[in-house]
Design a protein around this ligand. Sequence first.
Ligand code: PBE
Length: 266
Amino acid sequence: EDATNYNEEMDYNIVGIDAGTGVMASTEDAIEDYDLDFNLQSSSDSAMAQELETAIEDEEPIVVTAWTPHWKFNIHDIKFLDDPEGSFGETEDIHTIVHPDLEEEHPEAFEMLDNFYWDEDDMGEVMGLLAEDVEPEEAGRTWVDDNEDMVAEWTEGVDEVDGENIELSSGAWESELSSTAVVQTMLEDMGYNVNVSTMELSIMWAAVAEGEAHAHVAGWLPHTAAAQNEEYGDDVVDLGPNLENARIGLAVPEYMDIDSIEDLQE
Ligand code: PBE
């Protein structure tokens, strides 16, 4: 079976997530860069995962927008397609982004957020719970209770507070729901009242820049959120990576006999 056959079977369709995300913008770029005869269908993280699951059950071809960390890479045999044109950038890091006043107004929260740093396996444990339909708050609590040593490192020497309010902005992607839930639990254990709002990517950045939120832990840089960083970067403080080696791209099931985005060309 060659790539052309797959394309017809897939109805020349790439299964995407919510419009406005970096991975969707990069997929539009890829369609141009590789001159692909494909439509990009927008949906949501969970709807895309559902379509992927159905295709895999039936061993049908499918191309999805993808990123790691994501639980679907642990549960399914799927692979990134090579991207020789670099439409999706290189591997990148997920940064913690805070409002410029946070350090002065809530120094304890600032310090903990500055210390927050984990890896793909840690995040994978929380995402695994979410994939089993555990609510984010409960998943965050479970992870914090199970990882006292790491938590102690992030809060070493940091004072507790008495009921100050902290607003976190987040996206509704499993990776961000996981990191945000852990940070929320940590802040609550320090004595904060924490409110989490999920919103679309640009709004999430704008909320921190405009002071409606104190922080988000979802800054995929330098590539995925390049446009948002360009627009809001001067009005926020970047506390650096909280997770390294993240990646976005297009992915297909292992049973598909293609390896590169170029194989989707006619
Ligand atoms: N993501 C997860 C988002 C940001 C976090 C990679 C799906 C995106 O902008 O593409």
